[in-house]
Design a protein around this ligand. Structure first.
Ligand SMILES: Nc1ncnc2c1ncn2[C@@H]1O[C@H](COP(=O)(O)OP(=O)(O)O)[C@@H](O)[C@H]1O
Ligand SMILES: N[C@@H](CCC(=O)OP(=O)(O)O)C(=O)O
Length: 371
């Protein structure tokens, strides 16, 4: 098991680093983008690049940056108003990052992505190639969610998750999450006494930790950072979480600040990671209790015999969800049948005219990830 100093050194010497900056760190109510803070972050990223690392920036703040030009005084709540604010704000944000890095004669490349893009192999491969080419050209990729086309259903939910998915996409060696709080605490530090957690190596370290909501400008709060850290851990990527104002220490070669999250000892295969985290599920099947035990406890393939119903339309090769009798999603995996065929087989079984106990499994154990 990795110890804390070793993990911190690993992050400090990572060759390829994704740095995610939250809205709360670089925007303010009424004032839009806080240029001095953004410049300070660009200074730190430049120093790390000068030391030989590749840095990929994931920057939130488009909605915050677009509010004041549009005369909005509170963060918009409807999707269309958020998208309108973001479309104005993305320009402001890209210009600000461009100006900031131009002080070092560096060009930035804006990369706007949705969850759907990362969930589809072809567009994910294209995004990965673009990011890589920007890197080889010496430009700094600045990634954000493509808010204009993201819908409630397909939103990343927040940029912490986006940053973790990007880190996986580009095979990063470390992910640094910069927020307005200097570490993970056992409860929201804004609400009183709280103790900092310096390292998380597994679920047990989160026992008793209450991850609360974010600030007025952020979206995910601490829960989304923990989910992103878990996602990165599955991808084998260590994470450091701290405040943007500690960025210089966070990106130093031996970062002594914030909370570090250890990756899984064995990186999930790219295929299982994709099934678990990236791909959009196209539909779902309902399982009986025996099938739930088989797929979650014994990690066996899902046979049609354990399926009691189908929800939605899916095709052979799509990622589907598996739900227990209470409707809770217990696993995800790749379907080896179309939904129409599953429905037909279930109807045959109900009428006594067929068997569903034989044949190939609906989801093979190798393509199945319990949640
Ligand atoms: N257990 C916790 N530890 C640390 N911060 C927490 C915790 N619970 C809630 N928070 C709050 O989460 C906020 C950071 O989330 P958010 O506003 O979404 O940031 P960002 O804009 O950087 O994504 C902090 O301001 C902090 O008050
Ligand atoms: N794409 C949105 C992201 C919002 C968001 O996730 O913000 P944060 O929780 O501060 O990372 C924007 O740029 O405003």
């Amino acid at each position: 098991m990795t110890d804390e100093p070793e993990l911190r050194r690993r992050i400090g010497t990572a060759r390829r680093v994704v740095v995610k900056i939250g809205s709360s760190a670089i925007t303010s109510f009424g004032g839009g983008i806080r240029r001095p803070q953004l410049d300070a972050l660009a200074d730190v990223c430049q120093a790390r690049m000068a030391a030989g690392s590749d840095v990929f920036v994931v920057s939130s703040g488009a909605i915050g940056a677009g509010m004041s030009p549009l005369g909005m005084t509170t963060r918009p709540s409807t999707l269309s108003a958020k998208q309108a604010a973001a479309s104005v704000g993305q320009l402001e944000l890209a210009r600000a990052w461009g100006d900031s890095f131009s002080r070092y004669d560096r060009v930035v490349g804006q990369v706007l992505l949705t969850a759907g893009d990362i969930g589809r192999r072809e567009s994910a491969a294209n995004a990965q190639r673009t990011l890589d080419r920007l890197r080889t050209l010496g430009a700094v990729p600045v990634v954000n969610e493509n808010d204009t086309v993201a819908t409630n259903e397909i939103r990343f939910g927040d940029n912490d998750r986006l940053a973790a998915l990007v880190a996986h996409l580009i095979s990063a060696d470390a992910l640094v999450l910069l927020s307005d709080v200097d570490a993970l605490y056992d409860s929201d530090p804004r609400k009183g006494d709280a103790t900092a957690v310096t390292m998380v190596s597994g679920a047990a370290d989160l026992d008793g930790v209450v991850a609360g909501a974010g600030g007025a400008l952020g979206t995910g709060g601490m829960a989304s950072k923990l989910a992103a850290a878990r996602l990165a851990a599955d991808a084998g990527i260590p994470v450091l979480l701290t405040a943007a104002e500690r960025a210089a220490e966070a990106l130093a070669d031996d970062p002594g600040v914030g909370t570090v999250f250890a990756p899984r000892p064995e990186r999930m295969t790219a295929r299982r990671f994709w099934v678990r985290h990236a791909a959009d599920a196209r539909g779902a099947v309902l399982l009986d209790d025996g099938a739930v035990r088989a797929v979650t406890g014994s990690r066996r393939s899902l046979l049609l015999a354990g399926v009691t119903g189908v929800d939605g339309l899916f095709h052979f090769g799509d990622v589907i969800e598996m739900r227990d009798p209470a409707g809770q999603t217990v696993a995800r995996g790749i379907a080896q049948y179309d939904s129409v065929e599953v429905r037909t087989r279930l109807a045959e079984r109900a009428s006594g005219s067929g068997t569903t106990g034989q044949g190939r499994p609906l989801v093979h154990a190798d393509d199945l990830v319990a949640l």
